[in-house]
Write a protein that binds this ligand. Structure first.
Ligand code: OXD
Ligand code: MN
Length: 642
């Protein structure tokens, strides 16, 4: 195919010329969809945002989403007729999407916090060390760069306006965002992941909102043909401007890069708002656990990406009489109420879960959740209208079926390549989860009694331990490490420091973040949750997991539940309190080497101390709060005296 060189095709040049000649496009309501809200009815700040963006991006027209099913159906029909969505006959109202293979994950290396002072966003690492706690860009220069990228970038495309609420519409804990995007896939996914619609605009009134501007960065000017998955990987950039409460994302149409309510808003921008307003925006699931006597407690848990947060959040407990119910699987917004009780909401409305590995044994409730109204991305397709991924071998027998891989190629188990991309996803409404908690949309939030940190640690770290107190708990969060994941662009398995499971999501300087967490204990009248750490991933000398995990993790939750009630079932070790012998219920388990799950040789703990010391020295040499440094010295001393 003849290709016009990019320089000649340059949309920016075209749009600049258009702007110079002042032939600005009219901000008109699009005609290809029925429904929608009129641009002229929008409050003035929003109308300006829409009009200015539409002009800058040279959008063909503008459509303000009302969030209705009719609107959704017409977008789906458009995506199908454009060949971007495939209907899945085996599921109700569910679809499959394949992205460009170059656009499959969050691009951390191109994600920036944009402020005037670097130290507002990221700590200053030691000389010669590369900082790993987020990327900073100078706000003014980045704005210039973005203006250039966005000039004309929606030529030939519709600009959709998505009014969305993070959290139940109207809850005092919720926040409103407006995302402008040129991707119909993003509109449909945002309608699942957040609360979208005209009622959000009513709630917004004349208030301010988080401005989110997104483009796939593939303008259609002249006779440039559209492509199956428009994106612009070479030019991708995801930026957050915390001072202005603004997100601007260019070049990617996938996941956290483009569904701006999730990581960009609910973690990066919200962590800054939370700091200013005295609450917490964290990368945590929220679950309710009820014991056989009917007593219920809620916990929040932070795990790095792809450590099984979704599986834990909707777990089917193996312990008889225990029940787990899900409030959220990824993000918690938490605030102490006037009685000093920490309360949490899940700001999201859907699950954007990793598909591979999800099956009837790892997560039966997720399997039931995704049977309808779900968008699957980058999974494999079966000839009978179903989906397939690694881990579904039992659930989806392939005899008599043909499988098309996520790349669109014929696939068999002998192909030597995965059928689904390792970061392929299901995007599905939370309300469909069979164990969604009855209080999951309670505007007051649910009371949190324990915070759990965790990671993928093949050695050293025991199955579960409890921190000695809040200050030690903050140190535990700050010194978390875990094997890396497919959700971002890392290759292979490497042990990474991932403090608070927030490394890719901090909205501000990690030093300040630790100080803020630590200072919470100084507020009068609070009931501080207890802090724990878990590790389901310890391996034996042959490299096999020692702990069966999944539903059996309810045994660990039971121990945590009892510790929240201060039962005398814990013993002190250098790392923290671990279960007293016999206090973790192990009945009906196959033989498990429990000793190995809690084995902490001094040599390994020394290495842990050293790894954390080196990390702090390299990454936060000047901004490590004294109290956290003290916690490290205390840990080291306990290890030396063991
Ligand atoms: C995710 C993540 O939730 O990467 O997608 O953490
Ligand atoms: Mn996550």
């Amino acid at each position: 195919m003849f290709r016009v060189p990019q320089t000649i095709l340059s949309s920016r040049w075209y749009a600049y010329t258009a702007l110079k000649r002042s032939i600005l496009p009219a901000v008109s309501q699009t005609s290809h969809l029925s429904g929608g809200v009129s641009v002229d009815s929008l409050q003035s700040e929003l109308k300006n945002f829409v009009k200015e963006s539409a002009r800058l991006c040279n959008a063909k027209d503008v459509y303000v989403c009302d969030g209705s099913a009719t609107e959704h159906n017409s977008l789906v029909a458009k995506l199908i007729s454009d060949g971007r969505l495939t209907k899945l006959d085996k599921f109700e109202n569910s679809y499959l999407v394949r992205t460009d293979p170059k656009d499959v994950a969050r691009v951390e290396s191109r994600t920036f916090m944009c402020t005037d002072n670097k130290s507002d966003s990221v700590p200053t690492p030691a000389d010669g060390v590369k900082g790993t706690l987020g990327n900073w860009a100078d706000a003014t220069s980045m704005r210039r760069e973005l203006k250039d990228k966005f000039t004309g970038c929606m030529t030939g495309r519709t600009l959709y306006v998505i009014p969305f609420s993070m959290g139940p519409v109207g809850s005092p804990l919720s926040k409103i965002g407006i995302q402008l995007t040129d991707s119909e896939y993003v509109v449909c996914s945002m309608r699942i992941m957040t609360r979208v619609g005209a009622n959000v605009l009513n709630t917004l009134g004349s208030d301010s909102f988080v401005k989110c501007l997104h483009s796939v960065g593939y303008p259609l000017f002249g006779d440039r043909p559209d492509v199956h998955w428009p994106c612009n990987p070479a030019d991708t950039v995801i930026t957050q401007f915390p001072k202005q409460r603004e997100i601007i994302s260019y070049g990617s149409g996938y996941g956290g890069n483009s569904l701006l309510g999730k990581k960009c808003f609910a973690l990066r921008i919200a962590s800054c708002i939370a700091h200013d307003e005295g609450w917490l925006a964290e990368h945590m699931l929220i679950l309710g656990i009820t014991n056989p006597q009917g007593v219920k407690k809620y916990v929040a848990a932070a795990f790095p990406s792809a450590c099984g947060k979704t599986n834990l959040a909707m777990m089917l407990p193996s312990l008889p009489g225990w029940k787990v119910e899900c409030v959220g699987d990824d993000i918690a917004w938490m605030r102490f109420d006037s009685n000093g009780q920490l309360r949490a909401i899940n700001p999201e409305n859907g699950f954007f879960g990793v598909a591979p590995g999800t099956n009837m044994s790892s997560n039966p409730n997720a399997m039931k959740t995704i049977l309808k109204n779900t968008i699957f991305t980058n999974v494999a397709h079966t000839s009978d209208g179903g989906v397939y991924w690694e881990g579904l071998e039992k659930e989806v027998p392939l005899i008599g079926k043909e499988v098309t891989s996520w790349l669109g190629d014929p696939w068999t188990p002998d192909s030597g390549k995965p059928a689904a991309h390792p970061n392929s996803r299901f995007c599905t409404p939370s309300s469909q989860c069979p164990v969604i908690d009855p209080a999951w949309e309670d505007p007051k939030g649910v009371p949190i009694e324990a915070i759990i940190f965790g990671g993928r640690r093949p050695d050293t770290i025991p199955l579960v331990y409890e921190s000695f107190n809040w200050s030690h708990g903050v140190f535990v969060g700050a010194s978390m490490r875990s094997e890396a994941t497919a959700a971002a662009e890392h290759k292979g398995r490497v042990l990474l420091h991932d403090p608070f499971a927030m490394r890719p999501f901090f909205g501000y300087n990690f030093g300040k973040y630790m100080k803020y967490w630590h200072s919470i204990q100084e507020r009068p009248g609070l009931t501080l949750p207890k802090i724990f750490h878990v590790n389901w991933f310890r391996k034996d000398s042959e490299g096999k997991f020692i702990w069966p995990g999944f539903g059996e993790n309810s045994r660990v939750l039971e121990w945590i539940f009892k510790r929240v009630d201060s039962e005398d079932i814990a013993q002190s070790t250098p790392i923290g309190y671990i279960p007293k012998p016999g206090s973790l219920t192990t009945s009906n388990l196959p033989p498990i080497d429990m000793d190995s799950l809690f084995h902490m040789p001094q040599t390994e703990l020394r290495e842990e101390v050293e790894a954390v010391r080196t990390y702090f020295k390299q990454q936060v040499p000047n901004e490590l709060p004294e109290a956290i440094g003290q916690q490290l010295s205390d840990f080291s001393e306990r290890v030396e005296n063991m």
